[in-house]
Design a protein around this ligand. Structure first.
Ligand SMILES: [Zn+2]
Ligand SMILES: [Zn+2]
Length: 158
């Protein structure tokens, strides 16, 4: 399951930090409940590193390589320097560069790929947007294939 892969990546970051600093760090929980455009969030109050499941599913390797160290670096910076530091200030930047060997970019360049739903007619498969799919499901709209004229049905062509 994909959450375990993320948890393993988080643990590897902590092990690296603990070896480097010669001390243990309090570790956060990991959740996949972040929504919207942000890829990740380090939430001290909740004791969580939160990740965006939809973005993770489309960008797995980048999450493991960049987003996880980015959020762990926030967590470490707070433990090393206290919560008054600027989130992407020099303390966090130093951890990104010196501990993880990464460029200290503030944001991640992920585009959330728009989800689509598969429909079919007699001649081919079609992808409907979420908006159109919801219309069909509510009974507010029907769509015809522009090639064969048949009404689209949900699901894969059988
Ligand atoms: Zn950040
Ligand atoms: Zn058709």
């Amino acid at each position: 399951m994909s959450k375990e892969v993320l948890e393993t990546a988080v643990a590897a970051c902590f092990e690296r930090a603990e070896a480097r600093f010669g001390r243990l760090f309090k570790r956060p929980g990991v959740s996949l409940d972040l929504r919207g455009r942000a890829a990740g969030q380090a939430h001290m109050g909740k004791g969580l590193l939160r990740f965006n499941k939809a973005l993770y599913q489309d960008n797995r390797q980048a999450f493991l390589d960049e987003v996880v160290p980015h959020e762990v670096a926030h967590w470490l910076a707070w433990q090393l320097h206290g919560s008054r530091i600027r989130p992407h200030g020099i303390e966090w930047q130093a951890l990104m560069v010196e501990l993880f060997g990464l460029a200290p970019k503030r944001t991640h360049d992920f585009e959330l790929k728009e989800r689509t739903f598969t429909y079919h007619c007699r001649c081919r498969q079609h992808q409907l947007s979420v908006r159109r799919h919801n219309k069909v499901q509510r009974g507010d709209g029907q769509y015809q294939c522009r090639y064969c004229g048949q009404q689209l049905k949900a699901g894969l062509k059988g």
